[in-house]
Design a protein around this ligand. Structure first.
Ligand code: UDP
Length: 260
């Protein structure tokens, strides 16, 4: 598919115009960033894994009637998506308290929440994505009250689905971030799920050892980030030899394949 001009470049992804109106090509980079870009590096192959994992999760969500921006994956690093106008709010869904929540409120790390907690952050790097209330979202007209309620329902449905999906492969879904956008196709105006869902945007712990299988490996200098993302993809049964990342991982891939 012919890539048009660059529409936007973020920390981990680039958007290019696609031939069909209203669509774009979302390209996953290998950049890893944390603490609002203060810590950064390149992890070769991360973009390939996130492209594949996000495609898997979003297409599963599409199948259960949760509309997302994903049209299809087109190659190792790219997917075709519907262009939306992103609502500048990060919807954070938490099942277990960790990260900024525990720091902010002094809650013990690993506290299991009785029911999912949804938090809102204003998507603004200069301000460090500050935590906001629902009232800020309506006051500044980022979304209307009924839209926020609808998005919260979607967040809970997505959480239910993903919790089950990860539980089945021995992974605890600790928390994750979602972004939604407005689809404006003439008369049709809907809010749909956008961005990505990957180990960059979720916290995933091995169910028995609680080993971190997500971007905290980078944030906390735990090492082996690529191996952790591959482990998630392997358990989801979507790690193909086509994910040509590093010779050393190729050896592992072959041995995994031979075991089948
Ligand atoms: N998250 C994200 N992008 C952000 C902020 C958070 O994808 O800009 C994800 C993060 O990976 C985690 C969840 O949202 O799965 C909750 O993150 P938290 O608020 O604890 O932030 P952190 O501790 O990373 O600052």
């Amino acid at each position: 598919m012919k890539k048009g001009k660059k529409l936007y470049e973020g920390k981990a992804k680039i958007l290019y115009a696609a031939p069909e109106k209203g669509t774009a090509i979302q390209h996953f980079k290998d950049n890893a960033t944390a603490f609002n870009n203060q810590k950064k590096t390149i992890i070769e192959g991360k973009g390939i894994l996130n492209n594949r994992i996000s495609e898997h999760i979003l297409s599963n969500l599409n199948q259960i009637g949760i509309e997302t921006h994903l049209i299809k994956r087109i190659n190792m690093r790219e997917q075709l998506i519907k262009i939306v106008e992103i609502i500048p709010v990060e919807f954070i869904v938490r099942n277990i308290a960790t990260g900024s929540l525990t720091k902010r409120l002094g809650i013990e790390d690993g506290t299991v929440l009785d029911k999912p907690l949804i938090e809102f952050c204003y998507k603004n790097d200069e301000l460090n994505d500050p935590l906001i209330a629902k009232e800020h979202i309506t006051a500044f007209k980022w979304a209307e009250e009924n839209e926020i309620n609808w998005i919260k329902d979607q967040c809970l449905r997505i959480n239910d689905f993903m919790q089950g999906m990860f539980k089945g492969i021995g992974i605890k879904l600790v928390d994750f971030k979602l972004e939604f956008g407005r689809l404006n196709q003439g008369e049709v105006r809907r809010i749909i799920l956008a961005d990505e869902i990957s180990p960059d945007t979720c916290r995933l712990w091995d169910a028995s050892s609680e080993k971190k299988l997500d971007k905290d490996r980078f944030r906390k200098d735990l090492g082996n980030l690529l191996e952790a993302y591959q482990e998630v993809a392997r358990r989801l049964n979507i790690l193909h030899e086509e994910t040509n990342i590093k010779p050393v991982e190729f050896g592992k891939l072959r041995s995994i394949k031979n075991r089948k």
